[in-house]
Design a protein around this ligand. Structure first.
Ligand code: ZN
Length: 269
């Protein structure tokens, strides 16, 4: 019973955070403040009241329209709220009510913003990388006093190693790609930079797995998009969303994947 109550609290918290993430996704690429002014209709500019700001429910009550100008409100907003709620819920099932939940939910919140901004604008803003790094450093310092399970061991420099592995590996890849193909946009520096905080949060083992998963998901989805003719071969497909997906899968199933992988080796040799 208590489990159900806690789950619904976590889910509702996710919905509320998700509605703030919507504000960030809309405003950060436009270089607007995410705090002021309060939310307003993007068409008529009328300030939204409390009743318009309840995640998901406002959208349903108002039938997806602005209360004042009746202009359609994008279905994207409630979807991102629900998505954030579901991510929080899954992380809660994975980590329980722990510091790990707090840390991973923080990182995933930033990564949800990264996902949608990169998808639309092909950038990963530095503010987001910085915010994530601050969270990663706090987690690392906390770990010195109260060791947490995220890193897989209690070696204090594991998160730093994760940062260098994630950032360093992608930096070398982007350098090689740039030299080989003489193109600047093969892999954006944003993709490289966002792996610094991911490394801080995951430690080096899980960071390697997150890197691998991102490339794997990216390759599979890109091939599907090209085969289905949704994208042409020379189209740019942003890498950020794959990083976000790869990191989330690693948070959720990394332990299982690593032990399965080790088992594979033990059975072969
Ligand atoms: Zn309006």
């Amino acid at each position: 019973m208590i489990e159900i109550i806690l789950s619904s609290y976590v889910f509702i918290l996710g919905l509320i955070v998700g509605s703030f993430l919507n504000v960030c996704i809309y405003r950060i690429p436009r270089k607007e403040s995410i705090i002021k002014p309060p939310s307003a209709c993007t068409t008529c500019g009328v300030r939204l009241k409390m009743i318009d700001l309840i995640p998901v429910f406002s959208y349903i009550f108002l039938k997806g329209k602005c209360r004042f100008c009746k202009e359609k409100v994008s279905i994207k907003y409630p979807c991102i709220e629900i998505l954030t709620g579901v991510i929080y819920l899954l992380l809660f099932y994975r980590f329980g009510l722990t510091t790990e939940l707090l840390a991973t939910a923080f990182l995933m919140s930033i990564l949800v913003i990264v996902f949608f901004i990169d998808l639309k604008h092909f950038i990963i803003p530095n503010e987001l990388v910085l915010a994530a790094i601050v969270g990663g450093i706090v987690t690392m310092i906390y770990n010195l006093f109260y060791p947490i399970q995220l890193y897989g061991d209690s070696i204090w420099w594991n998160p730093l190693m994760g940062m260098f592995v994630g950032f360093g590996f992608l930096f070398v890849v982007s350098l090689i790609v740039t030299l080989l193909y003489k193109t600047e946009d093969a892999m954006g520096m944003g993709d490289v930079k966002i792996f610094a905080p991911i490394g801080l949060f995951l430690g080096w083992r899980m960071t390697l797995l997150a890197l691998f998963s991102s490339f794997f998901i990216g390759a599979v989805i890109s091939v599907i998009l090209v085969v289905l003719r949704i994208k042409k071969r020379q189209d740019t497909i942003p890498f950020g969303p794959f990083i976000v997906a790869g990191t989330f899968i690693t948070m959720m199933y990394g332990k299982h994947i690593l032990s399965w992988y080790e088992g594979l080796f033990h059975s072969v040799f």
